[in-house]
Design a protein around this ligand. Structure first.
Ligand code: SAH
Length: 505
């Protein structure tokens, strides 16, 4: 019999992938099964191991016995089988999250549990919409209220008269579909119709929308602006502070929908930077990194490292793959003692430094041509260069160096195009829901743009979809495929791409 595992009821925060506690990340990293709410961002699931099963609770099949709740059933069965379950819940598990119900069920079933608090939507909305929930000059109390009572409860559970008199900020969850009833109830009980009020939709995300109006106008204005769930209603004088404090909505890419096409290992960094700038990220993992088809040439080169004078890397992946293989062969950094090291750009250099290796050469610009030019000034005739790179890509570096020295090129990793595009992302492109497409290599550009149908093509022509490339080489590839480039990075880095993107806004 496996021993019973602990179930973790974890708060996932309000949406922004950074608004998660360290404890939540630890739990996810150790999970065998993640049962997540519909509103939880898929980016959070990346913390769980690839081998973990991830199930959205909305997709659990109803049980034939109505008394059995599928979520409870799934948690209990998995924990009894010894699997570590993370029940990932929006916001905080104990704020309108039914966390207590789930904990009670676990208690009854004799299953140990832990509650990991999360940032509840009210706190996320307050910070990101610039509405301080309490304020020494305005308000010393705050109340979290549900606008959506359990229909099985008797009608009068919420005391609207007391809420109307409440001397502080009111935050109403799940109230959008009843806004038309909530506001009149408060006004009828004497709440000042001029009280500043707000609706914050999709707080903390690039899709955040905030409406501010006097309380009595709020239902009409929310209807006019088409604001729907998930949203919070915030009522109180602190709402008027928003004008000065709304920092998030002033971020340069706020609300911009950007497609990121990156290898899985590198996507996270770009996503986080764009999210920080306020963008709404869409992600397509266009190219995968795999082991090379044949390690023999790499192993041979590793066995004869003493014969080389320079070891040249053209990507961070190359550094990781080569040094991983070195270790696999039972060697360590001392095997590189006689070599000088070159890196194509800052990321590659950083990858070397992570192994305590200082590159001897990083060119001022980050393309093969620049690396070749920089190397040719340093390489002496008769020297030997080992070039560790992907199994495909441009040949410029080898060609240029071969003119002055002996070059051995080895494929330390393979780049493989994913066969199937993500239909959801492709549909979003077709529907015109994505304005910017970032292209960070010519391989990626080719694999993505060959999937573009007539609709996507037309959107590029009309400028509804703007292609932003990392370098002139990628731009050339894009044009060769018959598309226009809207902007090109001045520096061939992710930061360069993001700057080019900001330039278009
Ligand atoms: N346990 C959650 C609340 C669940 S109830 C928490 O602590 O936040 C669901 C309600 O939360 C939604 O109807 C909406 O009112 C609110 N909500 C959740 N996420 C939100 C977001 N990103 N922006 C605005 N409101 C949100």
């Amino acid at each position: 019999m496996p021993s019973i595992a602990t179930v973790y009821l974890v708060g996932a925060g309000p949406g922004h992938p950074g608004l998660l506690t360290l404890r939540a990340v630890e739990c996810l990293q150790n999970a065998d099964l993640v049962l997540y709410d519909r509103l939880v961002s898929p980016l959070l699931l990346e913390h769980a191991p690839a081998s973990a099963e991830k199930t959205c609770v909305a997709e659990l099949a109803p049980h034939h016995d109505e008394r059995i709740v599928p979520i409870h059933d799934a948690m209990i069965a998995a924990a009894r089988a010894g699997r570590r379950v993370v029940r990932l819940k929006g916001g905080d598990p104990y704020v309108f999250g039914r966390g207590a119900e789930e904990a009670e069920i676990l208690l009854e079933a004799g299953i140990p549990f832990e509650i990991v608090p999360g940032i509840t939507a009210a706190l996320g909305a307050a910070a990101y919409a610039g509405i301080s929930l309490t304020h020494r000059a305005h308000t010393s109390a705050v109340a979290f209220v549900t606008g959506h009572e359990n229909p099985h409860k008797p009608d009068s559970v919420l005391d609207w008269s007391a809420l109307a008199r409440f001397p502080g900020t009111l935050v109403i969850y799940m109230g959008m579909s009843r806004l038309d009833r909530i506001v009149p109830s408060l006004l009828a009980e004497g709440k000042d119709p001029q009280t500043p009020a707000a609706v914050v939709h999709c707080a903390t995300l690039g899709t955040q929308r905030t409406l501010v109006a006097p309380l009595s106008d709020l239902p009409r204005r929310a209807r006019e602006e088409g604001l729907s769930a998930p949203a919070l209603i915030i009522i109180g004088p602190v709402v008027s502070l928003r004008n000065e404090l709304a920092w998030f909505e002033r971020r340069p890419l706020f609300g911009k929908r950007v497609l990121i096409t990156r290898p899985r290992q590198q996507a996270g960094d770009m996503i986080h930077r764009l999210v920080d700038l306020g963008a709404v990220p869409f992600v397509l993992l266009a190219v995968e990194i795999r082991e090379p088809a044949d390690w023999t040439p790499v192993d041979q080169a590793i066995q004869s490292l003493r014969q080389y004078d320079w070891l040249v890397f053209t990507s961070a992946n190359g550094v990781q793959a080569f040094l991983g293989r070195l270790e696999h062969q039972g060697l360590d950094l001392r095997a590189l003692g006689n070599l000088r090291l070159a890196a194509i750009g800052p990321k590659t250099a950083e990858a070397l430094r992570a192994y305590h290796l200082q590159p001897d050469l990083v060119p001022a610009r980050y393309q093969s041509e620049d690396l070749a030019a920089a190397l040719t000034t340093q390489i002496k005739p008769g020297q030997r260069v080992l070039l560790a790179r992907a199994d495909r890509g441009r040949d410029v570096l080898r060609e240029r160096l071969a003119a002055i020295c002996t070059v051995e090129q080895i494929a330390v990793y393979a780049q493989v195009d994913t066969l199937e595009p993500d239909e959801e992302v492709m549909n979003a492109l077709r529907r015109g829901e994505i304005e910017f497409v970032t292209l960070t290599s010519s391989n990626i550009a080719r694999s993505l743009l060959t999937w573009f149908d007539a609709t996507c093509r037309r959107r590029v022509e009309t400028g509804e979809i703007k292609l932003v490339t990392i370098s002139s080489v990628t731009s050339d590839e894009v044009r060769k495929l018959g598309f226009a480039v809207a902007a090109e990075a001045a520096q061939a880095t992710v930061d360069g791409v993001i700057e080019a993107l900001i330039g278009l806004v």
